[in-house]
Design a protein. Structure first.
Length: 97
């Protein structure tokens, strides 16, 4: 197979590409080492938890990157909370009907 190169535009993409390549190598080695008749079972047993871990790392890294970006930007502007006496039950104005 011809070697390929990949371009990661962000640190998150680079991390995920590296982790996916590591997983692929581990699965290839597991398949090569598995006895005849057990390749599927051995690869599946390795792939499922490794896939979950890859997904967990992806989510963690994504959320961390988002949090860092939010910190750089500062707090998001939002609507000011209404005064406690301004609204009655179910958000309706309080006072005489």
């Amino acid at each position: 197979m011809t070697p390929r190169s990949f371009q990661a535009d962000t640190p998150l993409q680079a991390l995920l590409v590296e982790q996916a390549l590591l997983l692929a190598r581990q699965l290839e080695q597991t398949a090569a080492d598995a006895p005849d008749g057990q390749v599927l079972a051995k690869v599946e047993a390795a792939a499922v938890p490794a896939g979950r871990e890859l997904t967990r790392k992806a989510v963690e890294a994504t959320l961390q990157a988002q949090a860092e970006q939010a910190e750089k930007k500062g707090r998001r502007a939002g609507a000011a909370p209404a005064a406690a006496s301004a609204a009655g039950p179910r958000g309706t104005p309080s006072g005489p009907s």
